[in-house]
Design a binder for this molecule. Structure first.
Ligand SMILES: [Zn+2]
Length: 371
């Protein structure tokens, strides 16, 4: 597993480099081919190509057992957040039980786990009851713009979705809930005027921005997991000119669909506070929440299977979104965080725990075998 993980990490695949992501997609398709699966490239013009691996339910050919309709969808992404060449500053390396490198935890480790889970099932001759589709997408790290449609299409025909995003913490907690995530932008228009000669003729967009930011603060509700955070503020042109324009970027998070809708409504009804100022709101939530009712049954199955395998898995809430948010919102049972155990995703210290890789592959194999 470690040898394959090294090859995957060395093959850099930043979201914004189509040639690099496509190259990595071909590498992973070749690995699946070696294991008897068929890959299909879902070609994209600007984003990298997505790779769809189908593992047919061959039980149909066995007497007395028929393949079930429907399929199991396993989701992962090929792309990383690291620019090409990062591997030189952040080389693949192993120290004791840890392996380091760009994208190793999020989520090349998960991609290796999937290959070994399928290999293990084939090795013991235990064919799954449903067709399994492994969908490796190219743009998860930038919001899945080119892949959302195909993810939702595959999810609609699936009995369950298993997501190979990193596990949480050193014990490898599964992610049974994820927050809804979004970005909104407040565009504020005032009126320019000389700050000294004729200040009364102006409408200060930066003042308006400050008043709006203070009002947005009231939408936060940490107890309910709602956060509304202005993250970028821009405005004005010259030190002696009343600011005619300002912009505020706002990070949005919520734990339930209801709260997500409420925040969206509040944003839509924002009105200017200063006389003469105008505001417009763009954007909003881009990923709905993954609520526990979508993951509860799969999680208890995973917990029992882990127990049989000799370890325990716990669950947690993740503040960030993943493609599992899309599938859960369609009402398809979804379990996330089935990938590698490690820490420091999206940072120079990104790492996985090597000894946890086989156990995670065993857990995924057991889920595939019993779903
Ligand atoms: Zn990821």
């Amino acid at each position: 597993m470690l040898r394959l993980l090294k090859r995957f990490v060395l093959c850099e695949s930043p979201t914004d480099s189509k040639p690099a992501v496509d190259h990595f997609g071909r590498l992973i398709a070749a690995e699946w081919k070696k294991r008897g699966a068929k890959s299909e490239f879902l070609r994209q013009t600007r984003a990298g190509n997505h790779v769809r691996v189908a593992w047919p339910a061959m039980l149909a050919h066995r007497p007395g057992i028929s393949a079930r309709a429907g399929q199991i969808l396993v989701l992962g992404h090929l792309d990383t957040v690291y620019d090409l060449g990062t591997i030189k500053k952040m080389p693949f390396r192993v120290t004791r039980d840890r392996a380091f490198g760009p994208g190793i935890f999020d989520m090349k480790g998960g991609l290796v786990i999937a290959l070994f889970a399928a290999e293990a099932l084939a090795h013991v001759g235990w064919l799954p009851r449903s067709r399994i589709v492994f969908l490796w997408t190219s743009d998860e790290e930038t919001g899945s713009k080119s892949s959302r449609e195909v993810i939702e299409r595959e999810a609609r025909r699936s009995l369950a979705v298993l997501v190979l995003e990193p596990a949480n913490g050193p014990k490898g907690k599964l992610k049974t809930r994820r927050k809804a995530v979004g970005t909104a932008e407040l565009i504020i228009t005032g009126r320019a005027a000389h700050a000294g000669l004729d200040p009364g003729a102006g409408v200060n967009a930066v003042h308006e921005l400050a008043l709006q930011a203070a009002r947005l603060m009231l939408l936060n509700n940490p107890r309910r997991g709602i956060t509304v955070n202005p993250t970028i503020a821009q405005g004005g042109t010259r030190s002696n000119v009343i600011a005619a324009e300002a912009r505020l970027t706002i990070d949005l998070r919520a734990e339930t669909i209801g709260d997500m809708r409420r925040i969206e409504r509040k944003l839509k009804t924002l009105r200017a506070i200063l006389p003469g100022a105008r505001i417009a709101v763009q954007g909003g939530f881009s990923r709905p929440p993954l609520e526990r009712r979508a993951s509860a049954a799969l999680f208890s199955q995973a917990r029992e299977l882990a127990h049989e395998l000799g370890f325990s898995v716990d669950e947690c809430l993740a503040g960030g979104g993943s493609d599992g948010n899309f599938t859960a919102a369609l009402g398809v049972p979804t379990l996330d965080g089935l990938g590698a155990v490690g820490e420091a995703a999206h940072s120079p210290a990104e790492q996985v725990i090597i000894s946890a890789l086989p156990a995670r592959a065993a857990l995924l194999a057991s889920l595939l075998a019993t779903l």
